[in-house]
Design a protein around this ligand. Structure first.
Ligand code: HEC
Length: 119
């Protein structure tokens, strides 16, 4: 017999279990702005893993402004030989870029979306 209450309970249980276990995922903004073409949270793709970027700039109070500028205008020579093209050359998407930089910098601290440091 199908009992709708059981379905509801299992959906809720599943939501709870997934939010506890799922690793940090790329935010929607990163998909929308194509960051995911070159970046992942933990693995190096074309660009460095965002977690590695976060660790590198840990404790640097000017990191947010620096990275905002580099993400917007392009970056090279900090992690290797590959160049990151400008993602916001005209400055129309600074709010989105800043949000992404904050997300990246938060990965190695307790401020990330999973609530605990990513290892
Ligand atoms: C075409 C591939 C590509 C795309 C698209 C891309 N990146 Fe990158 N990204 C790179 C590469 C390559 C580097 C390493 C550059 C270097 O060595 O300075 C990098 C470096 C970075 C860094 C570290 C910069 C530094 O100076 O230390 C940040 C932060 C970053 N990317 C964020 C983003 C965000 C946010 C987006 C989307 C808005 C994005 N990237 C899109 C390839 C890409």
């Amino acid at each position: 017999m199908w009992d709708p209450r059981i379905t509801v309970v299992s959906i809720i249980a599943c939501l709870l279990c997934s939010s506890a276990a799922v690793a940090v995922e790329m935010p929607e903004l990163a998909k929308k702005n194509n960051c995911v073409n070159c970046h992942a949270i933990k693995e190096r793709l074309v660009g460095p893993a965002w977690l590695d970027i976060s660790k590198r700039y840990m404790g640097d109070p000017s990191a947010e402004e620096k990275l905002l500028a580099r993400v917007s205008k392009g970056s090279s020579g900090f992690f290797g030989l590959i160049h990151m093209p400008a993602n916001d050359p005209d400055g129309y998407k600074q709010a989105e870029m800043r949000e992404l930089v904050k997300f990246i910098l938060g990965l190695s601290s307790s401020k990330n979306t999973s609530g605990s440091p990513v290892e």
